[in-house]
Design a protein around this ligand. Sequence first.
Ligand code: DGT
Ligand code: CA
Ligand code: CA
Ligand code: ZN
Length: 575
Amino acid sequence: MMAKSEIAAVLDEIATLLELMGENPFKIRAYSAGARTLESLTEDLGELIATNKLEEIPGMGEALVDKITTLHRDGVLPFHQKLKASIPPGLLEVIQIPGLGPKKVRALWTLLNIDDLAKLEAACTSGAVAELKGFGEKTQVKILEGIKNRVAYGKRHRWYEAAEVAEPILAGLRALPQTQRAESAGSLRRSRETVGDLDFLVASSDPAIIMAWFVAYPGVKEVTAHGETKSSVRFESGLQADLRVVPLEQFYFALHHFTGSKEHNVAMRHRALSRGLSMSEWGFKSLEGGPAVAPGAKDEAEVFAALGLPWIPPELREGNGEIEAGEKDQLPQLVEFTDLRGVFHNHTTESDGDHTLEQMAAAAEKLGWDYLGISDHSKSSFQARGLDEERLGRQLEAVAKLNASGRFKVRVLTGSEVDILGEGELDFANDVLAQLDFVVASVHNRFGLDRDAQTARIIKAIENEHVDMVGHLTGRLLNKREPYELDIAKVIDAAAANDTIIELNSNPWRLDMDWRWWRRAAEKGVLTSINPDAHDIEQLAFAAHGVRIARKGWLTKEQVLNTRSLAEVLKWLGR
Ligand code: DGT
Ligand code: CA
Ligand code: CA
Ligand code: ZN
């Protein structure tokens, strides 16, 4: 059964399509007026249809009543589908551009042969659109801007950028007196590396007030939907957010559902069915029509418990065997931020960092860490003011002096982020590397090598006995630069064979190696280190992003070097 609002949306689209086809204005108006009438109905639509009372409502002609009845019953309307198939699909994208209504789009289509966004952009760039009657220079500029924004709106957002938007909204929702519970759901809660849109969920018996607050939130650029229990907004960055308000009894079922992933939900529903239950965002129902199961769950654990499962952390809900693991009581005890005792791979003003050795040490101490690994760039990274042997030697002395001074409780470990050169040789000779506490080897150039050459190059570095860790394995920058071609499975095998760590680079633009590989790596015995790759004191906190991704990769504390004590770490490093 299709809801009133959805039927109204179809009628509106029919009106638009008819206008694009150049149909009779009276016919067009009948559909858009029908949509408005439908939206303002206070009676139950199903009942009006069943009692033949719909046709008594002013403005509801016989044709309209027929179509509404079909849509209500079937959810689709052949007339609508045929109409849609008869126009170029690109036109429906063109009509989404702000400022372009059906009339203008029809003019562009019939006069300039524009039936998709690419042609529209070309015609604007050449100036042809400005010359059309009713358009002009200003409109043309606005259309181009709209096309550009559309690309921005379509893209995914790095997790930390989405989280920055979400945090104050969630705090605001929680502060409303009408709010009983409020949580963020969706991919943000699951800690994906990027987020498509935000999903907020609130429990309240007064949804209208919650909705009103949300759509009026500062920073909202556009309200794309404003309903009784669901609204959607768009922010300046193009990021969108959905808010749903549910009654308290339903909250944890809805939270589970809207946390997803779809794959996880499908597997859960499947499990429910095999136990004679149907599962939805409303709760569980017995298939035999018995009473609801776990009505009014008081937390999310009860939702899982109804299916004989322990609570599954959101990071694991990707449909990758988490339900089977839960069933056998084999869910991993995931690593936590508070498990970290120190961090490796950080930069200072010696190379391209913004803070001095002392400032970095003070900041690490403030975070409660026992050790701080400094690894400035090596000489080939001249653009990052990489250190040569002489400067590295002086840094070693400075660190030794600082440690001996007793100024900080945190122990500074000296390392290098040594460049992996063209064929896997390193930027420093072995006798230089041997003097360091630890060595991170990273690729910073020749991203275009073919897969075999790149893989061989990195494996050669992994095989060097002085290399403790390989840095930012694939070189990716989320939403900006694709990873270089690399046989990751083979690299994991080499890391396992050589007892070399693959770092989990925690810079939120990198999050490299990708979370999808960690479980496999850990199973092969590869150890990781959650490395901030900090270039200033604030970025030490990037480690929290690394912890999120480690959790997403099913990692436990035991699989992360920097959860160990200083003594254990020094032992592992062979120092
Ligand atoms: P995103 O926004 O693309 O980063 O990813 P999500 O996971 O946040 O997806 P979204 O916002 O479309 O929907 C939020 C959750 O709602 C999703 O993870 C699972 C649930 N959900 C949405 N649509 C469906 C569906 O068609 N089937 C099922 N089983 N669950 C759905
Ligand atoms: Ca989402
Ligand atoms: Ca969503
Ligand atoms: Zn680097």
